[in-house]
Write a protein of this length. Structure first.
Length: 304
């Protein structure tokens, strides 16, 4: 089944070229089913790239999904054309009375700032508070996960000695969790961040479950015991070349940055990286949608 997105969204042509079923609004309105209503708060600077990555992961499911894009109203984007934001994004004021089956809050390149120093922190806190009563299940990614763990549970983030970047091996601490259905005993996932959260602080919160860790990358997957919030500290939505582009960007800025680990073949940055986490990302998103959204969300969202 398809995802429902605006016909002229740039991601539409990319997804259709990959034979991903994208449904027009006209056709969707003539199907007698209720789609899952999802909203994505996109905090990443390269918004069109992130839109495409996330929509690709949301597309390979038997569920019809209607997706809305949300922006921070008080923040000026330096990397995305304002016409694109005006055409395809909504603001919190426009949706605060709506209810949603699911929400995704992305990462953002602000990890080295204290949360309170992020210029849109107050609005983000208002949105995270709003999810308690207006969203059935929210998935938080990378900095979005760290921000939500801090806001909802007081879990602190800690600076790393150097940027953590690369592809790392992970293990499921609770392999029978529905989140890991279909995954191998060990799985790979990308990370790209300057900060981390600590497992002992998560384990000390009764309302949280630590689901997956990596010997090299630390905490990866966490969820609330009521299944209303999930947290990924990595980026399983990333394309094959995303870490390469970030590495080249950082070098161009003159940063003292290490090459992403376990990423380029033979550690040769002139060779194209091989994507080894595609199935992991697809399964994690599918399992979130199926077990934590579709199977438990009320048919009438007004009853959230």
């Amino acid at each position: 089944m398809p995802i429902r997105i605006p016909d002229s969204l740039p991601a539409t042509a990319v997804l259709e070229s990959e034979n991903i079923f994208v449904m027009t609004e006209h056709r969707a309105l003539h199907q007698d089913i209720r789609p899952l209503n999802l909203i994505i708060l996109n905090l990443m600077p390269t918004k069109i790239v992130t839109e495409t990555q996330l929509l690709r992961k949301l597309s390979n499911t038997p569920l019809q999904i209607k997706v809305e894009l949300l922006r921070i109203s008080g923040h000026v984007s330096k990397n995305t054309d304002e016409d694109h934001l005006d055409s395809f994004y909504t603001t919190f004021e426009q949706v605060r009375d709506n209810n949603y089956d699911g929400m995704i809050i992305t990462g953002a390149p602000v990890e080295n700032l204290d949360f309170s120093d992020v210029d849109y922190w107050d609005e983000l806190c208002e949105i995270m508070d709003w999810t308690r009563s207006h969203v059935h299940s929210t998935l938080h990614i990378c900095w979005g996960a760290q921000a939500a763990l801090f806001y909802h549970y007081g879990i602190r983030k800690y600076g790393l000695p150097a940027k953590l970047s690369g592809i790392f091996t992970h293990h499921a601490l609770k392999p029978n969790s529905p989140l890991f259905r279909g995954l191998d005993d060990e799985f790979l996932a990308p990370h790209s961040r300057y900060t981390e959260v600590h497992a002992d602080e998560i384990l000390a919160v009764p309302q949280l479950e630590l689901l997956s860790t990596s010997p090299e990358a630390g905490v990866f997957a966490v969820k609330s015991t009521d299944n209303r919030r999930l947290f990924f500290t990595g980026h399983v939505e990333y394309d094959a070349d995303t870490l390469a582009l970030e590495y080249q960007r950082d070098l161009a800025k003159g940063l003292d940055i290490a090459m992403p680990e376990n990423y380029f073949p033979d550690n040769d940055p002139t060779r194209p990286p091989v994507m080894r986490w595609r199935s992991t990302g697809q399964l994690l998103f599918n399992n979130w949608l199926n077990y934590y959204v579709y199977q438990t969300t009320p048919y009438d969202l007004r009853t959230l």
